[in-house]
Design a protein around this ligand. Sequence first.
Ligand code: HEC
Ligand code: HEC
Ligand code: HEC
Length: 113
Amino acid sequence: MKIRMLIFSLTVLVAAGLLWSGTPVQAEGDGGKIVFKNTKSFAPVVFYHSKHKAAGVKCNECHDSLFKKKAGSTDAGNALTMKSLRKGKYCGTCHNGSRAFSVRRSCKKCHQK
Ligand code: HEC
Ligand code: HEC
Ligand code: HEC
């Protein structure tokens, strides 16, 4: 009886393990984590969909008016620069010191090692 219980528990554990390892780190479809590497000598910019969701920002505030749902598409146009951000474009639409922290400071919040 005890052995049976043990085997049963082990089977459940193994099955759970398989399920877990098969699950992608980010839920599919939410965009996950995006890394922008066109930052010269600065650390790359890491954008987390999860943090924006947690802050109550809705998908349609960014898609597709500010960003296409495709990593790398904004960079491809070379328009994503600190200059355009400071002018209130792209990330700068919100990161202007009123809705969210400003692109003029807090460099390390975006540029992460
Ligand atoms: C604050 C802005 C913002 C919000 C809100 C946002 N996204 Fe994104 N999303 C981005 C950016 C930036 C990219 C990358 C675009 C680029 O590289 O040009 C992106 C890319 C994506 C991608 C493509 C990922 C890839 O690897 O190609 C998907 C899918 C996506 N978003 C889905 C969503 C969904 C679903 C929501 C709502 C739950 C959402 N996004 C909310 C900014 C946002
Ligand atoms: C809200 C996020 C955010 C903040 C805050 C931020 N940056 Fe950026 N930065 C970006 C993004 C996005 C890019 C474009 C990266 C790309 O195109 O791959 C960028 C690009 C850059 C570049 C590359 C050249 C250029 O001008 O585009 C430099 C240098 C840079 N940032 C420096 C800084 C400094 C210094 C600060 C603080 C005063 C800062 N950044 C604050 C998001 C941010
Ligand atoms: C539609 C508005 C909006 C846009 C566009 C947007 N953000 Fe944000 N972001 C927010 C809000 C709101 C928060 C949470 C409040 C805060 O941290 O000031 C936030 C938080 C963040 C954080 C979390 C900082 C921390 O405390 O850990 C990072 C990093 C960030 N944004 C980077 C970016 C980058 C990079 C882009 C452009 C690719 C971007 N955001 C575009 C609204 C936006």
